[in-house]
Design a protein around this ligand. Sequence first.
Ligand SMILES: Cc1cc2nc3c(=O)[nH]c(=O)nc-3n(C[C@H](O)[C@H](O)[C@H](O)COP(=O)(O)O)c2cc1C
Length: 365
Amino acid sequence: MSSLWTDLPRPIFTLAPMEDVTDTVFRRLVRSWSHRWGASGPAVMFSEFTRVDAAIRSTPEKCDGRLRFDDYERPLVAQIWGTNPREFELGAQALEALGFDGIDINMGCPAWKVRKSGACSALIANRNLAAELIASCRRGSSLPLSVKTRIGITVPETEEWCGFLLDQGVDAITLHGRVADQMSEDWADWREVRRVVELRDRCGAPTAIFGNGDVGSLEHARRLVEQTGADGVMIGRGIFFDPLLFARESAAPPPLWEEMPLPERVSYLAEHMREYHREWQGRRSFEVLKKFFRNYFLPADSREQEILNTLYTVGTPGKAIALLREQAGLVDSDEVYLPEEEELPEDLFGDNHELHRRDTAVGEW
Ligand SMILES: Cc1cc2nc3c(=O)[nH]c(=O)nc-3n(C[C@H](O)[C@H](O)[C@H](O)COP(=O)(O)O)c2cc1C
């Protein structure tokens, strides 16, 4: 069995799977921006969560958009969800053939749509099925197998639930310190992460334990590792507030994101738009990308807010970059990150070209 989770040097900082955010484009950018500043980037990244049947239908030549990746993103783990054990066996086989470095089963998404089907966080209350899904993945593939989950459904039942997962012999557990009913409210409780580390140590299991929830920087992540004994930390929304978060591991880190001049921050946005266009060619809506704009802008005055507001109304990356360059003077025309205008044909973009089904609403995570 491959040793992804045992061999990586501790502490291990991973980039969380985030639907409509951590696609292949963003994962490559996070890695590339880290390299640009002399850091290696996230130790492991994850695909957006993908229905297991989409994994089964995927081949290297024609695969679900959520499962597209480039070797540059490695190590990369595919995250799947569903309820059918046979599908998990076939899905695991397909993911191994696609070349992923690991498989993660989502047992944490609290969205009603998926919970109603008995998947994701609903599995916390259905141990028999959870065990079957894990065993099915093992039958289908020898890839390292992890589970991303929460501390309970309505009330914390961390030790019982994670003790059960440890008994199934999974290679890693990422624990988001909230119950499903909390969605993203209140604070994640990191004491629960320490409980699982202690439980793991008591039973001598080789499973790597990761904490997750409300971590905004690598410094914060390091403190939590010290306090909990976890093998690492998974960071999600922290990257919204600092797209260069993982670059800060460098000996010569970038300036604080909020202290960077706006044109510099916006050049990262222009690069994101260019790469998004190159990869998706209109098969993913430009609207999906718009939720990043504010993170790059951090508008400081009314003029910047006005530019941002106008940017939201623009329909294509080409127009957005033209607006930033010509009207706002924010992107230099010699800017290395600028896409060629002819690379950005307008008619390729639009809301009708969604590549994949939207299974959850962002607010539900
Ligand atoms: C926009 C968004 C999309 C998410 N999509 C996924 C997903 O596809 N799979 C998953 O396991 N968790 C998903 N999550 C949950 C995150 O991975 C993470 O567990 C959660 O945001 C808490 O960590 P954080 O406080 O570091 O963001 C998503 C969260 C957000 C905000």
